[in-house]
Design a protein around this ligand. Structure first.
Ligand code: KIV
Length: 270
């Protein structure tokens, strides 16, 4: 099994790979491809639950989907992404919500969208044996405050603030840091300043690893952020399969003889 120490050991030598997954069959595909870590992202709100943001996602939804992903994986590090307001309000609630991901869903770590309010919490969770992946830059749970999904750290002051927060989370014991939608030169300097690995999404090529949302990688999303990329066209394959089913049923081709049988022991019923 990949451990948080394995990720740290890889950094600098080999690039770390992480993808999201929200269910067992796709987690199995991700793991079989040799991806290091699976993030059960709160992006499930948009990707699979039909919401138009991550805000409505609940602790129970993340817990249930993390458990499904963990049941399907042996090797990848499984990281549960803590949803909006499940942390940062009351410390003991946050500890309970994060702890449930390890106790009940078999996650190996949690991710928190980070800020000044998560430094002490990170330290507390790590003290309790809950590994924490921090997340800076664009933190989509703050979309209402940010006014949109904009690039972050675009001026000296905000980039310096991000660097300070990154250092504070490293000191608090976070084992890695996601950097989302930040200029490449900012991500590079933060990566150079830290010992823990950085994993970028929309943060350029110089982070220690890369993460993407699986639906984007599959080519299943209607809208993808400008920094994402499609590596397949799964949506059109799925459309073809469903169309094929409809046509076969309507034309009487399905079910065919090989999909059906008569039971000899059953006499004529009337
Ligand atoms: O929820 C998610 O998928 C994420 C990644 C985009 C890093 O937080």
């Amino acid at each position: 099994m990949t451990t948080v120490q394995d990720l740290a050991a890889k950094a600098g030598d080999e690039r770390i790979t992480m993808l999201t997954a929200y269910d067992a069959p796709t987690a199995e595909i991700v793991e079989e491809a040799g991806v290091d870590a699976i993030l059960v992202g709160d992006s499930m709100g948009n990707a699979v639950l039909g919401h138009d943001s991550t805000l409505p996602v609940t602790v129970d939804e993340v817990r249930s989907r993390t458990a499904a992903v963990a049941r399907a994986t042996d090797d990848a590090l499984v990281v549960a992404d803590m949803p909006f307001l499940s942390y940062g309000v009351d410390e003991s609630d946050a500890v309970e919500h994060c702890g449930r991901m390890l106790k009940e869903a078999d996650a190996n770590a949690v991710k928190l969208e980070s800020g000044p309010h998560t430094v002490d919490l990170t330290e507390r969770l790590v003290d309790l044996g809950i590994p924490v992946m921090a997340h800076l830059g664009l933190t989509p749970q703050r979309v209402n405050q940010l006014g949109g999904y904009f690039r972050q750290g675009t001026d000296e002051e905000s980039a310096t603030e991000m660097l300070d927060l990154a250092r504070a989370h490293e000191e608090a014991g976070a084992f890695s840091l996601v950097l989302e939608h930040v200029p490449s030169n900012v991500a590079r300097q933060i990566t150079e300043a830290l010992d823990i690995p950085t994993i970028g999404i929309g943060a350029g090529p110089d982070t220690d690893g890369q993460v993407l949302v699986l639906n984007d990688v599959f080519g299943m999303s209607d809208r993808t952020p400008p920094f994402s990329a499609q590596f397949g066209d799964v949506k059109s394959e799925m459309e073809d399969a469903v169309e094929g089913f409809r046509e076969a049923v309507e034309s009487g081709e399905f079910p065919a003889e090989e999909h059906s049988y008569d039971e000899d022991a059953v006499e004529d019923l009337y």
